[in-house]
Structures are given as C-alpha cells and as structure tokens.
Design a protein around this ligand. Structure first.
Ligand code: FES
Length: 129
C-alpha cells in the first residue's frame, strides 16, 4: 500500500506593489528561510514579467548584488554576481557565463491586482512561520 503525503501548501507572501518593481531596474529584496537558515531573496522585472531568486551565487554561496538591490549588468540583459562576474539569465536564472556551473535558485512569484507575491515551498519559508 502506498501512502501519499500532502506537501505543505504553498503560501503567497505579499512582496510589494507592482509599481515598485520597474523593468530591468533595482530589485526588491525579501527575507526568507532557505533550508532552515535565514537568507535573502530578490525580485526583478524583466521583459514585463516578475522573476525572483535566492540571493546566492551558484559559484560560491555568497550574495550577489554589487550595490544594494543592483543585480543587472551594464547591458541590463543579465544578472551579474559582484564577486567574480558570473552571469545569469534574468528569465530562468540559468548560468550564462563566468564561473557558475549551475543556476540560481528560482522562487515562485505571482502578480495580481497590482500586487506582487512570492510563494513558499518546502525548502523556502517565510520568516513569519
Ligand atoms: S561568488 Fe559569484 S561568481 Fe564567484
């Protein structure tokens, strides 16, 4: 007999109003718990869509912003890690160049009624819970 365990239901956590997250501009940061430890995430808008990632480089697990909440490179086409220059796709978080071999850890987001939410997952929890 097989028992299915219900996964913890995902929760939508309010992040910011849509007007606060501009195309290829400053990210909106948020605190969370990743695999049991406090961490930071960030959300960006790219080609009109909101994307969010754990703020942790895939090369060395360090935060990536070169100035607070600045992740886009000078072309505004890629997310760049300030430490050694790894480049990531803003759409997928996949490594595009530099010393990274894998990608960023993506965080589910949604946008409705002019508000942006990030979604918890079994490995990503809100600090409030
Ligand atoms: S720590 Fe990000 S590129 Fe090395």
């Amino acid at each position: 007999m097989t028992f299915l365990i219900d996964p913890e239901p995902s929760q939508a956590i309010f992040l910011c109003h849509s007007s606060e997250l501009l195309e290829r501009a400053e990210a909106v940061p948020f605190d969370l718990v990743y695999c049991g430890r406090n961490a930071r995430g960030f959300a960006i808008r790219f080609e009109g869509q909101v994307h969010a990632y754990l703020n942790q480089c895939a090369h060395v697990p360090m935060e990536m912003d070169y100035q607070p909440n600045q992740f886009f490179d000078t072309t505004a086409q890629w997310l760049i890690c300030a430490t050694h220059g790894a480049l990531y796709s803003p759409k997928t978080g996949k490594c595009w160049g530099g010393p990274c071999r894998s990608g960023l850890i993506k965080i589910a987001v949604s946008e409705r009624d002019a508000c942006i939410y990030w979604h918890t997952a079994p490995h990503l929890k809100s600090l409030a819970f």
